[in-house]
Design a protein around this ligand. Structure first.
Ligand SMILES: CC/C=C\C=C\CC(=O)SCCNC(=O)CCNC(=O)[C@H](O)C(C)(C)COP(=O)(O)OP(=O)(O)OC[C@H]1O[C@@H](n2cnc3c(N)ncnc32)[C@H](O)[C@@H]1OP(=O)(O)O
Length: 308
């Protein structure tokens, strides 16, 4: 069958006449990126946003402002049609030193505690623990793929954060540490929940959680926590941006529906996940992106997808 006949039959099967004519949107026009105190946003390539943790003098330790701004930032990027993929990195010497211990102390040891322990516990859960969890989970829930580029130290809350990302890359100087037990905490904003599913070796995860020993980039790649290691930070960022740009060149419908379904499949049976996928695709296969992508493949041209 000729390329033209394949395209013509695809078009008839999938598109009502009203959407067969492609309505290219205003690609190229850019919105100003939001500004934050603890995060610095830039756009190194079209449709790619780099979010940099930006308290280098504190090794990007995570304070209350950071936790709040992460939620605001990822909600904004989730809606931003100029953003199709995200690179998350850390400014300065290290990716992150985890929880800002000075800042957290003011919440953990506050003198404003209520006398009733039940009410105190309830408020603590609602106003501290749950929002902190949300500020990590918002990365996983964001429909745009997030590539994290880790260098230097990645400690405590840093592991919570990277395990919520889609793709993890690091530089060879990186060390990782699930440090919570050393400060009398159980890691409670994602590491215990997500890391076993990523690493797949319960024995190793438990060793790292219970001992808080540091592990290297070599060990991280061997345990499949990261997929690639680069010689230094510049090479790491360059590779992360290149990968993000490649993702951003694909159909945003296909990429985002893939992320949603990969997340769903991780937590459900194969049967449930296939059912979920079919329900998504009964709508998404009607997207103009399918025709454009197939056309591009057959005609050996790079398709341009309109904004989502
Ligand atoms: C609901 C709870 C939610 C989340 C819970 C998460 C739990 C955790 O994250 S546990 C882990 C807590 N983090 C740490 O214990 C790490 C402590 N820091 C370090 O080990 C080191 O700083 C380093 C990350 C290995 C980096 O070393 P280096 O490059 O030599 O820098 P330093 O000179 O040590 O630090 C520079 C500067 O930053 C301050 N700082 C570092 N980490 C933190 C931190 N976690 N909180 C607050 N401040 C931090 C450090 O004190 C230095 O400040 P100066 O004023 O310049 O001395």
């Amino acid at each position: 069958m000729s390329a033209t006949r394949i395209l013509s039959s695809l078009s008839k099967v999938f598109y009502p006449a009203s959407i067969r004519v492609s309505a290219m949107s205003t690609a190229g026009e850019t919105n100003a990126l939001p500004e934050y105190e603890t995060l610095s946003l830039s756009s190194p390539q079209e449709y790619v946003v780099q979010v940099e943790l930006n308290r280098p003098e504190r090794r990007n330790a995570m304070n209350k402002t950071f936790f709040r701004e992460m939620i605001e930032c990822f909600a904004a990027l989730n809606k931003d049609s100029n953003c199709r993929s995200i690179v998350l990195s850390g400014a300065g010497k290290s990716f992150t030193a985890g929880l800002d211990l000075n800042d957290a102390a003011s919440d953990l040891f506050s003198s404003e505690h209520q006398s009733d322990p039940g009410r105190q516990a309830f408020n603590f859960r609602e106003n501290f623990l749950m929002p902190y969890q949300q500020s990590i989970t918002c990365v996983e829930k964001c429909k745009k793929p997030v590539i994290v580029a880790v260098h230097g130290a990645c400690v405590g809350g840093g592991i919570d954060l990277i395990t919520a990302c889609d793709i993890r890359l690091c530089s060879s100087d990186t060390f990782f540490q699930i440090k919570e037990v050393d400060i009398g905490l159980a890691a409670d904003i994602g590491t215990l929940q997500r890391l076993p599913k990523i690493v797949g070796c319960e024995s190793l995860v438990r060793e790292l959680v219970f001992t808080a020993r540091k592990f290297s980039s070599e060990e991280a790649v061997a345990m499949k926590l990261v997929s690639h290691v680069y010689p230094d930070r510049p090479a790491l960022i360059e590779a992360a941006v290149k990968m993000a740009s490649l993702i951003a060149s694909k159909s945003p419908v296909a990429v985002q529906v893939s992320k949603i379904n990969l997340n769903y499949s991780r937590d459900h049976t194969v049967d449930e996940s296939l059912d979920y996928m079919a329900t998504w695709n009964m709508c998404m296969l009607q997207s103009e992106d399918l025709l454009k992508a197939v056309q591009g493949q057959l005609q050996k041209e790079t398709p341009k997808f309109s904004k989502l």
